[in-house]
Design a protein around this ligand. Structure first.
Ligand code: NAD
Length: 391
């Protein structure tokens, strides 16, 4: 019996397993993940800000997948592509006939001096909790240090992650100020963005609304200000120094380092995949989610990495493995985004919806869209359990 190794239990990996079961593939399915739980990566910013707890966005993988799926909790170190084996940190190599690599993303610092050492980024529960704990420790420390930098937080980058995090921080800060008895007028939330526009993926009107909303909450938004260096407690950008004892890095992502460690031809650990989502000259290897790059035929550039595209890819990969196992032709992957939602704290946001027309939404009604989305399981903010259940 063939073995299908699915690497990573994020949105893409979990969905691939679900669809492989649905396709009734005659194969052993092995799901490998470094933690025994799945977490919803689209909500990590809420953990970092302290508005949600890990238990709110995680669930046990073994409980979520059927018993016939073998779940291996181990860290993937490398893929021995020549011999068709996944090299694990603790266990024996795992031989595969088909590979679904869905190992996800890491933070990207673009080689900016000091960024890695002197700032915090988050791509999983542990690192999101580390951001929260560091920030709260600095705020609590002010009582004895009287160092104003303990009350300063810099968010580097104003893409989706940075903006959604700022929205949550703006919501939480008054509670923290009260809890730690902090002088509210000395608390500074600062955002530094290289581009003249925030939320590069969204239309100008929505990006401007988000910018004005956050500015209205007292956040200092510095656009057109490229960060060139980070030193302990200092961000150097646009010829200025921004002092803060909490520096959070959200300037972009790259795919898992397993990609470069396994000898793939890649850019920022993303591999340009074929139309059927397999790797050139390796028809049994499929890449989905943040480790893959799928060219948008209209622009020629890869689609941005989102949960929505990961899930769509996982569906096609499962169908293509099923097709290969039964001697049928694989399908081409075609993607049509149904929209993007950017939350600004728990009760506001901006959204571009491309479903039943084209809609630009802003403000509190985005909260309603979020709930609708959760029910319909279509946009990337959809709750994973519903996504896994939908056919
Ligand atoms: P991103 O690439 O979307 O945004 C990073 C931002 O940092 C950009 O605006 C960029 O101009 C800025 N930047 C880069 N280098 C800089 C520098 N030296 N100085 C100052 N600013 C700099 O990255 P992200 O926000 O981490 O998102 C990663 C991916 O995940 C994206 O594809 C995004 O669409 C997706 N995502 C989507 C959602 C959502 O849809 N709600 C939420 C989070 C992430």
């Amino acid at each position: 019996m063939a073995t299908i190794a699915v690497l990573g239990a994020g949105y893409a990996g979990m969905r691939a397993v679900k669809r492989l079961i649905h396709e009734k593939v005659d194969a052993r399915i092995v799901l490998v993940n470094d933690h025994p739980y799945h977490y919803e990566s689209t909500q990590l910013h809420e953990i970092a800000a302290g508005n949600k707890e890990p238990a709110d966005i995680t669930f046990d993988i073994r409980e979520a997948v059927p018993d016939k799926v073998d779940v291996v909790i181990d860290t993937v170190e490398r893929i021995d592509r020549e011999h068709g084996q996944v090299m694990l940190k603790n266990g024996e190599p795992l031989a595969y006939d088909y590979l679904v690599n869905a190992l996800g993303f890491e933070s990207e610092t673009f080689g900016i001096p000091g960024a890695e050492e002197n700032s915090l980024s988050f791509n999983n529960i542990d690192s999101a909790m580390a951001v929260r704990e560091h920030m709260e420790k600095a705020l609590a420390n002010y009582a004895t240090s009287h160092d104003e930098n303990d009350l300063h937080i810099v968010v580097c980058g104003a893409g989706f992650t940075g903006i959604e995090l700022l929205g949550e921080l703006a919501w939480r800060m008054p509670q923290l100020a009260k809890g730690y008895e902090l002088p509210e007028d000395l608390i500074k939330l600062i955002c530094i963005e290289a581009s003249p526009k925030v939320l590069g993926m969204l239309p100008e009107s929505l990006a401007t609304w988000a910018l004005d909303y956050l500015t209205g909450k007292g956040i200092a938004m510095h656009t057109g200000t490229a960060i060139t260096e980070v030193r302990p407690g200092v961000v150097v950008a646009g010829g200025q120094e921004f002092h803060a004892n909490t520096i959070i890095w959200t300037t972009g992502v790259r795919g898992s380092r397993v990609i470069c460690d396994s000898g793939y031809e890649q850019r920022r650990n993303r591999v340009m995949v074929q139309e059927d989502l397999s790797v050139k000259d390796h028809p049994n290897e499929f890449l989905v989610g943040d480790v893959s790059a799928v060219p948008d035929v209209q622009t020629g550039r890869p689609y941005p990495t989102t949960a929505q595209i990961s899930i769509a890819q996982a569906d096609v990969v499962a169908a293509n493995i099923a097709a290969r196992l039964t001697g049928h032709e694989p399908h081409k992957f075609v993607f049509k985004s149904v929209g993007t939602v950017c939350s600004l704290g728990p009760h506001a946001g901006v959204a571009q919806i491309d479903m039943m027309g084209h809609w630009k939404l802003k403000g509190r009604k985005v909260g309603m869209v979020k709930r609708l989305v959760n029910d319909r399981s279509v946009l990337e903010l959809a709750h994973v359990k519903e996504m896994l259940e939908s056919n």
